[in-house]
Design a protein around this ligand. Structure first.
Ligand code: URA
Ligand code: SF4
Length: 219
């Protein structure tokens, strides 16, 4: 096998896994080519805006797709429009943000230029796989009780390419070696809705799944 097919983040993940060490090390990751055109790697963190103390443990790990334009510039996950919507929905579902660690399946922003704009480009299976060692390092360090995949990219990374959110969203999935997993929509699916009706439907679906997340956690 050539080394090209093996290229991934594993050689860049420190053996001794603490949050500060991981955070530092990921800035030197060359596990795929996405670092070349991004400002910085965006690692996961406990939801900002909460008054989390160091003693607080995250019970839920929410996994998005990849940083967007704002996240790439600011260095924090879900701080742009999708993040604002996520926060609003978490509040509505009464999910305690101090217990939620938010991250992404892919840690660098993939984009294409369009004029002066940087347009989001979906990460491919290659990047999702290459970046998985960072997600594993987060899982090992955070040790959440429940994983929540937001959208198809996160679901692909954790549940495999055959998993369909439209069919199995909101249902508890069991994967060996991982905490229980629930997949639901990505909040940007709500932002992209083409009509009011569409928006209403996807919002309801999302909030309903977040309710289930809350119930699973209370069990
Ligand atoms: N969308 C994501 O999937 N992740 C972010 O951090 C921001 C937008
Ligand atoms: Fe490394 Fe992931 Fe960034 Fe690729 S996207 S360079 S694997 S951190």
């Amino acid at each position: 096998m050539s080394t090209a097919t093996l290229k991934n983040a594993a050689p860049f993940v420190p053996e001794h896994k603490t949050m500060p060490l991981l955070r530092e090390a990921i800035q030197n990751c060359r596990g795929c080519d996405l670092y070349r055109n991004a400002t910085q790697a965006v690692f996961g963190e406990i939801r900002p805006g909460s008054k989390a103390t160091t003693s607080q443990k995250a019970e839920i790990m929410m996994i998005g797709e990849q940083p967007g334009d704002q996240e790439d510039k600011q260095g924090h996950p879900f701080v742009g429009p999708a993040g604002k919507l996520l926060d609003k929905c978490l509040l509505q579902a009464e999910l305690d943000r101090r217990k939620i660690y938010v991250t992404n399946a892919v840690k660098h922003f993939r984009w294409e230029p369009r004029g002066k704009l940087r347009i989001h480009k979906k990460p491919g299976m290659r990047e999702i796989k290459a970046c998985r060692p960072w997600l594993d390092a987060e899982l090992e360090t955070v040790r959440p009780k429940l994983l929540v995949c937001l959208g198809a990219t996160a679901a692909q990374s954790i549940l495999g390419s055959k998993f369909r959110i439209t069919e199995s969203h909101g249902r508890l999935q069991t994967i060996q070696g991982l905490p229980p997993v629930v997949a639901t929509l990505h909040p940007s699916a709500i932002l992209r809705a083409q009509s009011d009706e569409d928006r209403k439907k996807s919002t309801e679906l999302f909030l309903n799944d977040l309710q289930k997340v809350k119930q699973y956690l209370e069990k």
